[in-house]
Design a protein around this ligand. Structure first.
Ligand code: GRG
Length: 294
């Protein structure tokens, strides 16, 4: 295993341990089981790892940043549970397992999603009590709420649902992707930067890096939906085509979509090379994100 893969494994294990401690010990079993089921279904933990990698890049050592990282994964998992519901993408498989509503029923899946979202903000409250800077914690809380909300992920999901059966332009597609997927990925980097006391110049560079890798990540996601297999991805493929949903390969063509992801990746690593600290980790993560197979 190379150095980056060891780093990713190590951080994934630490995030998994920390997430276990976030789960509530009290409350009705059905919803707690549904929360645990989805949270422990084997996600890549990309968003928390981005946060931790930014802190490591900036040489920030305080462990409290793990709470920020966990809050992002809690929000991400909630969004996947709700995205899979019959009222949205109506998907039976996620992370190689039956979706939350298939196992626990729709009502428990809705509530488990709501509970994970609420828990994220409880965890951020705890971060505020422990990190020693109420201002920093409030900044992170606002940033994350905005990324998950109507001008971010939820708004993007609305655009996504509305786009079904329509022809949309590449700029409309870019807006949708930036909101639906990019906003939370960018928040993972931006919140890591705030938590790690980045300078304004560092925040600017990291923000541009994050915007580019966020879009590249979505393009690759669309390409995988277009050309990969259910076995490899652990979720149904070709779902966009089946539902007449526009995506990068359908709007730009697969070849141009691939080139755009590559161009954004190169732009992101050029940007992060301007940081006044070693950017190897963030370069490696960007590379993993564009070359991923699931
Ligand atoms: C329901 C409010 C609400 C939002 C849903 C996240 C989302 C918005 C929809 C998911 C649809 C989708 C497949 C989007 C593409 C990008 C994406 C979020 C992929 C899944 O993220 P990964 O690959 O998943 O990081 P894992 O399972 O590894 O955590």
């Amino acid at each position: 295993m190379n150095e980056l893969d060891c780093y990713l494994d190590d951080k994934r294990n630490l995030v998994n341990q920390a997430l276990k401690t976030c789960l509530p010990q009290k409350g009705p079993t059905a919803v707690r089981e549904a929360m645990r089921y989805s949270l422990e279904a084997g996600g890549k933990r990309l968003r928390p790892i981005l946060t931790l990698a930014v802190a490591d890049t900036l040489n920030y050592k305080d462990n409290s940043v793990m709470d920020v990282a966990c809050a992002l994964e809690l929000i991400h998992t909630y969004s996947l549970i709700h995205d899979d519901l019959p009222a949205m993408d109506n998907s039976d498989l996620r992370r190689g397992k039956p979706t939350c509503h298939k196992v626990f029923g729709e009502a428990n899946a809705v509530l488990a999603g709501d509970a994970l979202l609420t828990l994220a903000f409880e965890v951020l409250g705890r971060y505020g009590l422990n990190c020693g800077s109420a201002k920093k914690a409030m900044q992170i809380t606002c940033e994350m709420a905005k990324a998950a909300g109507v001008t971010g992920m939820i708004g993007g999901q609305v655009l996504d649902l509305e786009s079904e059966g329509k022809n949309i332009s590449s700029s409309e597609l870019e807006t949708m992707s930036r909101m639906k997927t990019g906003a939370l990925l960018k928040a993972s980097v931006d919140c890591g930067a705030v938590a790690a006391d980045a300078t304004e110049a560092q925040k600017e560079i990291l923000g541009e890096y994050a915007a580019d890798i966020g879009t590249a990540f979505q393009i690759v996601d669309d390409l995988l939906d277009y050309e990969s297999s259910e076995e490899e991805l652990g979720k149904p493929v070709g779902s966009d085509r089946e539902r007449f949903k526009p995506n990068y390969p359908s709007v730009l063509g697969p070849e141009k979509a691939r080139q755009q992801a590559q161009m954004l990746y190169e732009q992101a690593i050029n940007k992060v090379n301007e940081l006044n600290c070693s950017p190897g980790l963030l370069v490696g993560l960007a590379e993993k994100m564009v070359n991923r197979k699931k």
